[in-house]
Design a protein. Structure first.
Length: 163
């Protein structure tokens, strides 16, 4: 198992969160699983919009939270699967959801409320992102054991300095 890497970033605006997502989407490779956690309204869907942009999902496919189903699929440089576990019942039968299909595939999977994922579904290679309210913006914490995601930090720093 690769060593874990951690980094904390402060995002001052919604536009910046979008740009962070875009950098992640550009870096993403087939089979990547991105686990998003954070309170209601912290910006998980917003970050996913950015990831979609980075994956070249055409603008005519706007990214919205999956509500009536727990997954949305978007075409891009790679297929993007956007899952939201928020509305699943506490006693949901994980075995019938077919989650494996989204955790082990050749696309990129983004999961909101990923902390609800049962341990037996935890992917061995991941990018975990924890978003929280911080002043007028957001604190975005990255934890990853995927080599290509470690470099996001170098792409984030200059963005932060410009402000
Ligand atoms: N860095 C930021 N600074 C200020 N506002 C932000 C930032 N990033 C995102 N936002 C704002 O946060 C709001 C909520 O975003 P979003 O809907 O993505 O939250 P969410 O985490 O997906 O919520 P839910 O848990 O309900 O799915 C949006 O209005 C967005 O503009
Ligand atoms: Mg959301």
């Amino acid at each position: 198992m690769k060593k874990k890497f951690k980094y904390t970033y402060y995002s001052p605006s919604a536009e910046d969160t979008l740009r962070v997502g875009e950098i992640i989407g550009k870096k993403a490779q087939a089979g990547d699983v991105i686990l998003l956690s954070g309170d209601l309204g912290t910006g998980k869907t917003w970050l996913t919009k950015g990831i979609a942009k980075g994956l070249e999902v055409p603008p005519e496919y706007p990214v919205t939270s999956p509500t009536f189903t727990f997954v949305h699929e978007y075409p891009g440089r790679l297929l993007l699967y956007h899952l939201d576990l928020y509305r699943l019942e506490e006693d949901v039968d994980w075995s019938v959801l077919g989650l494996e299909e989204y955790l082990f595939n050749e696309g990129v999977t983004v999961i909101e409320w990923a902390e609800r994922l049962p341990v037996f579904f935890h992917p061995s290679y991941f990018l975990k992102i924890f978003i929280s309210f911080a002043n007028a913006g957001r604190k975005i914490e990255f934890v990853t054991n995927v080599e290509h995601f470690k470099t996001i930090v170098y792409h984030l720093r200059p963005v932060y300095k410009q402000r």
